[in-house]
Design a binder for this molecule. Structure first.
Ligand SMILES: *[C@@H]1O[C@H](CO)[C@@H](O)[C@H](O)[C@H]1NC(C)=O
Ligand SMILES: *[C@@H]1O[C@H](CO)[C@@H](O)[C@H](O)[C@H]1NC(C)=O
Ligand SMILES: *[C@@H]1O[C@H](CO)[C@@H](O)[C@H](O)[C@H]1NC(C)=O
Ligand SMILES: *[C@@H]1O[C@H](CO)[C@@H](O)[C@H](O)[C@H]1NC(C)=O
Ligand SMILES: *[C@@H]1O[C@H](CO)[C@@H](O)[C@H](O)[C@H]1NC(C)=O
Ligand SMILES: *[C@@H]1O[C@H](CO)[C@@H](O)[C@H](O)[C@H]1NC(C)=O
Ligand SMILES: *[C@@H]1O[C@H](CO)[C@@H](O)[C@H](O)[C@H]1NC(C)=O
Length: 546
């Protein structure tokens, strides 16, 4: 048997079938070829430029992509956009590239799934190393994944024409437009496009769903552990955050033109390496600096957002179908960064974010006390109560805003929402394992991704249970992309029927060992936050300006 396999491999090698070029594809930019996956089932087109960027459009919308003569070899793993990771600086400025994965033998035209990667708007890439698409492509969809600008290069927001904000989101829109224009040449159906993203990629997806700029650009969206309406999705003080960067360089200014002069002339590597520490306010804080923002309007500049997503969704949301959810213990990756000192410090702060506003400090302190009591009773925040803090993070940043967003959407559009709650604990809950909280209950932030994408960073043998979960989830996700329904009536072999939510009732698919439908996971926490946000949510967009 082993011998036989080697012979086959040797024959393929001798015939030069491994990494053979794919059929040629011709798009407006020119002709390209990719390579055939080693098992022959996927055509991979790697690193196609979908837009371009250089110092001339720093902080602004991307420029059109280049065209070429001859045949472009789309075969190399893409470089990421400039970023600083645990391994140090990496990336290149000219990073606006997209990978397209096409099932070789499936019937065309194929539905298309466009992935928006996560990474706190600071790190990550559309490359294969983390975001491999084989699991999904095997279910007969085209998957496209791309880079967008990160950190200050993607999200500096000064409220002036030279740096209006959201350059990274404008890259995302350019990538989706590129797919819409070109995917037919790869065998895709431009009228059957689903965008999906996780974490910052989910916040991005949710903002693109809310944005009026993207009407008609995609047909469906999947939003995994992120929303457009949580405090970490939109920067409330973008100019101040930008001034922290220039302060790091020794300048004391909040003048947007002065800040622009300084940051637009710096080498881009030095710019992404700037890591100011935000002074801690009274509020629960993520220390994120680079986020999407509400843009001012300028003639000739196409904005992504000119109002808070909460307000846009309350007015006229798109009538599209959504699939969305969060994980049962998202907060583990955030508490993993805490120590005894930072936890002690938490006791002196309000346990909510600054997307609330109160008549006075007494009221704020009173509400903060309610939250503290709910999660900690009379105990202080410390290493002993760290799982209670994880619950605060899980609810405040992910689970509860996700439910609020769905409610908004269901009450103001005639679209459909499929809700899930991911609570599976397998060998591929990679992020949970990396946090050191392997023994704690639940699924951590981003754990579900490893059952949808075949990450090269987790090359281990897949257990039988995990294999079943991968099959189950990729079936649901690709059914949604194909039919707008994760469990269509035509498929009688599915173990479950996933009912959508409606205005009267939210219904959740609990993705776990024995998956089942159920009601909202934490109704008491929901009630606590619902009362608070109904009374105190900031909705005045001038609180988010410059
Ligand atoms: C930036 O890219 C554009 C479009 O590709 C090009 O026309 C321009 O010359 C470039 N500018 C610089 C400074 O490299
Ligand atoms: C909420 O947003 C404000 C403004 O961007 C920021 O100062 C604060 O740190 C954020 N809070 C959290 C929890 O991230
Ligand atoms: C969505 O549907 C509602 C109800 O049918 C309609 O009032 C609204 O205009 C539609 N929105 C869009 C963006 O088409
Ligand atoms: C705090 O967390 C522990 C461990 O998860 C849990 O047993 C306890 O019920 C939590 N306390 C509150 C007030 O939620
Ligand atoms: C939703 O509303 C739009 C616009 O009013 C309409 O075209 C569409 O048919 C409606 N969809 C459903 C499922 O009712
Ligand atoms: C999307 O693709 C699926 C699978 O090929 C097909 O059955 C469906 O009709 C398509 N939907 C649209 C709206 O074209
Ligand atoms: C929003 O805030 C601005 C500036 O503080 C204020 O002038 C305006 O009246 C507020 N709008 C509403 C609807 O409260």
């Amino acid at each position: 048997m082993k011998y036989g396999k080697n012979v086959v491999l040797f024959t393929l090698f001798a015939m030069n079938l491994v990494d053979q070029p794919t059929p040629e594809v011709t798009i407006a930019q020119g002709t390209l070829t990719g390579k055939i996956s080693s098992d022959g089932s996927i055509y991979e087109y790697m690193g196609i430029p979908y837009a371009s960027t250089n110092s001339s459009n720093r902080f602004k919308a991307p420029l059109p992509p280049p065209s070429w003569e001859g045949t472009f070899k789309a075969t190399d793993e893409i470089y990421s956009c400039p970023q600083v990771t645990l391994l140090g600086y990496m990336g290149t400025e000219d990073c606006l590239k997209i990978n397209v994965y096409v099932p070789a033998f499936a019937k065309r035209p194929l539905p298309v799934m466009v992935f928006i990667h996560g990474g706190a708007f600071l790190i990550g890439s559309g490359g294969k190393i983390i975001n491999g698409a084989d699991f999904l492509v095997k279910q007969d969809v085209i998957v496209a994944a791309f880079n967008y600008r990160l950190g200050a290069l993607g999200f500096l927001c000064l409220g002036i024409e030279e740096a209006p904000g959201n350059a990274g989101l404008k890259d995302q829109i350019a990538a989706i437009r590129w797919v819409k224009q070109n995917i037919a040449a790869f065998g895709g159906d431009p009228e059957n496009v689903t965008i999906f993203g996780e974490s910052a990629g989910a916040a991005s997806t949710a903002i693109l769903v809310a944005s009026e700029t993207t009407n008609g650009l995609f047909n469906r969206a999947i939003i995994q552990s992120g929303t457009s309406i949580s405090n970490w999705s939109v920067n409330r003080k973008p100019l101040w955050c930008a001034s922290l960067l220039t302060k790091e360089l020794g300048y004391e200014t909040e003048d947007p033109h002065e800040i622009y002069e300084i940051l637009s002339k710096m080498p881009y590597k030095d710019l992404v390496k700037l890591r100011p520490k935000k002074p801690l306010g009274m509020y629960f804080d993520t220390q994120l600096i680079h986020l999407p923002c509400v843009e001012k309007s300028f003639p000739g500049v196409e904005p992504v957002l000119t109002d808070l997503p909460f307000n846009v969704l309350s007015r006229n949301p798109k009538n599209i179908t959504l699939m969305t959810g969060s994980n049962s213990n998202e907060g583990l990756f955030l508490v993993a960064r805490e120590n005894a000192d930072t936890l002690a410090e938490r006791n002196t702060h309000y346990l909510f974010a600054s997307d609330l506003e109160f008549e006075n400090e007494d009221k704020a302190a009173f509400v903060a006390e309610q939250v503290k009591e709910f999660y900690f009773e009379d105990k202080p925040i410390s290493l002993n109560t760290i799982m209670n803090l994880s619950a605060v993070y899980t609810h405040l940043y992910f689970e509860i805003p996700n439910i609020f967003e769905n409610e908004l959407y269901l009450s103001h559009s005639n679209g459909t929402v499929y809700n899930y709650f991911f609570d599976y604990e397998g060998d591929r809950n990679v992020v949970k394992r990396l946090t050191g909280f392997k023994k704690e209950r639940g699924a951590c932030h981003a754990d579900e991704l490893f059952y949808l994408l075949d990450s090269r960073i987790w090359p281990f043998r897949i257990s039988k249970n995990d294999q079943e979960m991968i099959h189950f989830m990729t079936t649901l996700w690709t059914n949604f992309a194909k039919y707008g329904n994760p469990t269509p009536p035509s498929q009688t072999d599915l173990p479950i029927q996933w009912y959508p939510s409606d205005k009267e009732e939210l219904r959740f698919l609990y993705i776990q060992d024995h998956s089942r439908m159920g009601s909202m996971p934490n109704p008491k926490a929901y009630k606590l936050w619902k009362d608070i946000y109904t009374k105190y949510r900031r909705t005045n967009v001038s609180d988010y300006s410059y």
